[in-house]
Ligand binder design. Structure first.
Ligand code: PEP
Ligand code: MG
Length: 953
């Protein structure tokens, strides 16, 4: 990201003319290693297309798209020309900012400069600046605008006294991100200033992030220090931003118009009186911005010039952004928007000029604002309209097979029981905050009792843990604070509770992490339970006979309440295999298929269904023969599992004597004894990020060592394969801020991140080495894409190993990125082993997001392309005498086991509950047949053909 620092500034330069200045600047960029020689031509070409003069004595020379390849690193270099350089058209430049940018990063710089550009006479100050620090201050230190918009007005707020009203004002400022958490407390210490007309003023500079003003009026008349309290201003003050507002307010009070503010019934009136950001009910129009580099200086200049031709106000905002609309006549404001290609611009125009201005503005944007533009692909905006054009969803007919996501294995049949969630109606306004608070407390207590009961009754540990999380959600102080604020504003308990839960669930969903996002279902689940309690609605009775429960999205507590003796299977329209409901279903042993699509909700209640939780398949009203075969398969499977469990502690050896190691994947140390008892011959994957996630702060070296030691102790000499921390991108740790990325799966994650942060990686490696005590320890690095990453990680570990010697250590990599598989012949010379992470390897090979709501079912690790990569990896490893494991979900897939064994995989690492079954499958094979089958699989065209090949063998 482009930021300005003093090191990037060269003071006191001289240039005869623009050409000489450009030459100096290009030399500076080259000398600092930002660009290659030849970038000067780009700067010159860009100036020839149009001047980069910005105003206020500043120019921002940058290259053209053709010279982007010459950029090594994105960055800027600044040169001060105190004597000025003629930039053409009589414009004089005192500061030239040379930009080396590979894409649109310079828009961020323009945003940074916007504040400076708003200042008058900045050019002169830049000229006179005597040090780099002073110059930087000028660029960054210009006053920020006072934030004042509808979000910051709270009218008729329920408050018992002055303190509560002040607290409400502070809260509005916090919500608008003007202040930090401590501001409310700060305001309570500040002396209030009476303004007359019952208006009061409070302000502070402490804990302020950006200047902003909130205005709140009380619902019932209040008094403070013996005077009426009809309205309170809370100012988050920073610099002089509020000066103009203060002057306007003084004038208003002198005119005796203070009561207009106190009596206002809507925020618009207040904003009009104070001159704040008025929510526009003016005519508006939207258009997508198609300019390749966004609204940068040149197009913005043309837009501002066009806007100035109209005699009336024209405002512009980016749709769906938090930013306020800005004047389209101000170049600096337009640049400050930082609008990028693909974003939707919204023009809001004064009614008197709207008929002329709106079409002209839209046409100008459409034509590219002076640039040639590639039209945008069909707009996202159009999706809303397109939804109605989609074919209507129809119920699947008898005999239809619907493919969903396999969530819990097993075969089930029975009549459909459609469990549609009832809309629960509730009043929006409450009796009184106190009464509503009491009702809510009662409902929360009842639900808590209910959940306690579920925890006591649940035999499976996984279920108990989920409900402990639910209890924590119920007691979350953030949630209860938010709810309480709403109650104070007069909302009913149900309305306040539901809006807070829904907002929290949405926020959770917006996280780019399938696992975290699925926690939204848990929030909604407890939300609904409390709502039902508040509204006196009983949980629906389940039918008596064994049935297949069909729901849109099933909440974990819905599942946990079910009696496995009566619920034969679960089918949902939405959800993924990692949803808590799926985990609960697996723990209860109820076969489940999730994410089968909206059509299943249209099935008639009582319609016979056949569910295959292993293959993620539903058959509607199956023919007798189909049903008979499936049920026979179910019985055989049950017998097989029983027999497999009895031999779980024996090794997995094929009929012709080839041994395959079967290990467990774990994410915590506590379960190690259980895992060994389930037959694990070692740990094939310890996901250390789960250990990190279980701690509220980064676990220090000693804490980590204790965790790793516990696993090694439990393994009693069996090998432990540990993966170093695999976070970043879509898997953030709450305590490590990581820059948000457009494409987190292709971003800084896994070893890419930890190599950048040795302060995290080194303690982890040290903790591992210390815990080893000469027991068999294998360390592998996640997401390695090339040889350099592996070497860096290896060298770091070897360096630490000098300090902490370990006798039985192997170092390897996870093969999760196709490039690593393709480079396996090179890597195999250096690594001790490979462990193939088929979950990621499949996603990257097939370019299907593994958590994608509709595509993830197609991300099948048995795709021949993935099998080819596994084949390359195994052959390369064996050629160098190294071993290969598979630790993705594929290793536990019964159809995949013969193929992986046939391809020569030496170790399969699976969830502990699958160990016995996988071992049993290996025992049924001969290596020779498996090899022949694998060779056949490699020449298939689709995953479905591969599956069919194995199933009909
Ligand atoms: C994999 O990608 O297959 C893997 C085992 O790692 P994770 O699922 O933790 O990304
Ligand atoms: Mg992975």
């Amino acid at each position: 990201m482009l930021e300005l620092t003093v090191e990037q500034i060269s003071m006191g330069q001289q240039a005869q003319d623009k050409a000489a200045a450009l030459q100096l600047l290009a030399g500076y960029l080259v000398a600092d290693g930002l660009v290659a020689e030849g970038y000067l031509a780009g700067l010159q070409a860009r100036e020839a297309q149009g001047s980069t003069f910005l105003g206020q004595g500043i120019a921002i020379p940058h290259g053209t798209p053709q010279t982007r390849d010459l950029v090594f690193t994105t960055g800027v270099r600044l040169m001060q020309f105190p004597e000025g350089v003629d930039w053409g058209d009589g414009q004089v430049v005192y500061l030239a900012i040379g930009i080396a940018a590979k894409s649109d990063e310079h828009l961020r710089l323009l945003q940074l400069l916007t504040r400076a550009l708003g200042e008058t006479d900045l050019g002169e100050a830049l000229r006179q600046a005597s040090s780099a620090e002073a110059l930087l201050k000028l660029l960054q230190g210009a006053a920020q605008e006072l934030a004042l918009d509808a979000r910051m007005i709270g009218l008729d707020v329920v408050a018992d006294d002055f303190e509560e009203l002040a607290w409400r004002g502070a809260r509005l400022l916090r919500q608008a991100e003007c202040v930090g958490n401590g501001f409310a407390a700060v305001l309570q210490q500040v002396e209030a200033l009476p303004l007359g007309d019952g208006l009061w003023w409070l302000h502070s500079e402490q804990a302020v992030k950006r200047p902003g003003l909130a205005f709140v009026t009380p619902h019932t008349p209040l008094r403070y220090l013996g005077q009426p309290l009809n309205g309170l201003f809370c100012l988050a003050s920073l610099g002089e931003a509020h000066q103009a507002l203060l002057e306007r307010l003084c004038a208003l009070l002198i005119e005796g118009r203070g009561h207009e503010l106190c009596r206002a019934t809507n925020s618009r009136t207040v904003l009009e009186v104070l001159g704040g950001e008025v929510p526009a009910d003016w005519p508006s129009a939207r258009i997508g911005l198609a300019n390749a580099h966004g609204l940068h200086a040149r197009p913005a200049k043309i837009l501002a010039q066009l806007a100035k031709q109209f005699d009336g106000e024209i405002r512009l905002r980016i749709k769906d952004s938090d930013n306020n609309a800005v004047s389209a006549k101000s170049l600096s404001k337009l640049l400050g928007l930082g609008a990028r290609r693909g974003q939707v611009l919204e023009f809001i125009v004064e009614p008197s000029i709207a008929a002329d201005a709106l079409p002209a503005l839209l046409a100008a944007v459409e034509e590219g604002l002076g640039e040639e533009v590639e039209p945008l692909p069909p707009q996202v905006v159009a999706i809303e309209e397109a939804v109605e054009l989609l074919p209507p969803v129809l119920a699947p007919i008898a005999g239809a097979v619907v493919q969903g996501i396999a969530a819990a294995p097993g075969i089930a049949s029975g009549p459909a029981h459609i469990h549609a969630l009832r809309e629960i109606e509730y009043p929006l306004r409450g009796e009184s905050p106190t009464a509503e608070r009491e009702r809510l407390q009662q409902a929360l207590a009842d639900v808590r009792n209910d959940i306690d009961g579920l925890i006591q009754r649940s035999k499976a540990k996984a279920i108990g843990e989920i409900f402990i999380t639910h209890l924590e959600m119920l007691d979350d102080p953030e949630l209860s604070d938010e709810v309480d604020n709403r109650l104070k504003q007069g909302e009913s308990a149900a309305a306040a509770w539901m809006s807070v839960i829904e907002a929290a669930a949405r926020q959770q969903e917006s996280l780019h992490d399938a696992l975290l996002a699925e926690r939204a279902a848990d929030l909604r689940d407890i939300g609904r339970r409390v709502l039902a309690q508040l509204c006196g609605i009983a949980t629906p009775e389940e039918p008596q006979e064994p049935y297949i429960l069909v729901m849109d999205e099933v909440g974990p507590s819905d599942v946990a309440r079910l009696d496995p003796a009566r619920v034969a299977g679960i089918l949902t329209a939405r959800g993924g295999a990692t949803a808590h409901s799926a985990i609960v279903a697996r723990a209860l042993g109820i076969p489940a298929v999730v994410g089968a699509g909206a059509s299943v909700l249209l099935l008639a209640s009582g319609c016979p269904l056949l569910l295959d939780g292993q293959r993620g398949r539903l058959t509607v009203a199956p023919a007798d023969e189909v049903l008979r075969t499936a049920l026979a398969e179910r019985d055989q499977r049950a017998q097989r599992l029983q027999a497999a469990a009895a031999r779980r502690l024996e090794p997995a050896v094929t009929r012709d004597g080839h041994a395959v190691e079967v290990c467990a994947n774990i994410g915590e140390s506590a379960s190690i004894a259980n895992v060994v008892d389930l037959g694990a011959e070692g740990i094939g994957l310890l996901r250390t990020e789960l250990i990190f996630m279980a701690h509220p702060q980064a676990p220090d070296e000693a804490t980590q060592e204790a965790e790793y030691r516990r696993v090694l102790d439990g393994l009693a000499g069996r090998p432990l394969v540990v993966r170093t921390l695999d976070v970043g991108g879509d898997k953030p740790l709450p305590y490590w801020p990581i820059a948000k990325e457009e494409n987190p799966f292709l971003g800084v994650r896994g070893v890419r991140l930890t190599l950048q942060r040795p302060q995290i990686m080194e303690p982890q490696l040290r903790a591992l080495l210390r815990a080893a005590d000469n027991r068999p320890l294998r360390i592998m690095f996640p997401m390695v894409g090339g040889v350099e990453e592996w070497r860096q990680a290896r060298d770091m570990t070897e360096r630490l190993r000098q300090e902490i010697p370990v006798a039985d250590l192997q170092l390897g990599i996870m093969v999760e990125v196709p490039s690593a598989a393709l480079l396996a012949p090179v890597l195999a010379r250096e690594v001790d082993f490979f462990s193939i992470g088929t979950n990621d390897l499949t996603q990257y090979t097939l370019a299907i997001d593994r958590g994608h709501p509709t595509l993830s079912a197609q991300a099948d690790g048995l795709h021949p392309a993935v099998l080819q990569l596994i084949d390359i990896t195994v052959r390369a490893a064996h050629a160098h005498g190294k071993w290969v494991g598979v630790c993705g979900e594929l290793a536990a897939d019964p159809v995949a086991v013969p193929l992986l064994v046939g391809l020569g995989v030496d170790e399969l690492s699976v969830a502990a509950r699958s160990i016995a079954e996988v071992k049993a499958e290996v025992r049924e094979l001969t290596l020779e047949n498996a090899q022949a089958l694998a060779q056949q699989a490699l020449i298939q065209g689709t995953a479905a053909q591969v599956r069919a090949l194995v199933e009909t063998r």
